[in-house]
Design a protein around this ligand. Structure first.
Ligand code: DQA
Length: 155
């Protein structure tokens, strides 16, 4: 079964009350519910986690790689600063899609650079909670292409 780890970085536990004009009103628990519902429909197993700690995220990326799972990651501010997360993604070999709620390119210039984008399959940003669903769709397709036996047959 295709497994996807959805990893969330710092301050995303505050979603719903954190700068709602930028990040909207949905809580992370509500996003998790939405992602799980979609994943169930796709036949994808999901692990959904959040941490404010860089090293914890490194451990989870390594875990996903060891399990042969894919990753959808909103690394929050670590996106723009963390060589450790970049190295973890590259080193774990886990196919990864980077997602953001906001359009980081329409914001401050320090958000325009992502250290994890070069080691990710692609980046989805600016669609609010839907960025997670698009990320799930993207990683599902990428993983299904890698292991066609996991793809439901099309009769
Ligand atoms: C974010 C964008 C980042 O720049 C910011 O630091 C976040 C959230 C987003 O989802 O839009 O914490 O990743």
């Amino acid at each position: 079964m295709i497994t996807v780890h959805v990893l969330n970085g710092p301050n995303l536990n505050l979603l719903g009350r954190r700068e709602p004009q930028v990040y909207g009103h949905m809580t992370l628990a509500e996003i998790e519910r939405m992602v799980r519902e979609r994943a169930t429909g796709m036949g994808v197993a999901v692990t959904f986690r959040q941490s404010n700690h860089e090293g914890q995220l490194v451990d989870w990326i390594q875990e996903a790689g060891a399990q042969g799972a894919g990753i959808v990651i909103n690394a929050g501010a670590y996106t723009h600063t963390s060589i450790a997360l970049r190295d973890a993604i590259a080193g774990s070999g886990a196919p990864t899609v980077e997602v953001h709620l906001s359009n980081v390119h329409a914001r401050e210039t320090f958000r325009h650079r992502s250290l994890i984008a070069p080691v990710s399959l692609g980046v989805i940003c600016g669609f609010g909670p839907m960025s997670y669903l698009l990320g799930l769709e993207a990683i599902h397709r990428a993983l299904a292409e890698r292991s066609p036996q996991d793809t439901p047959s099309k009769h």
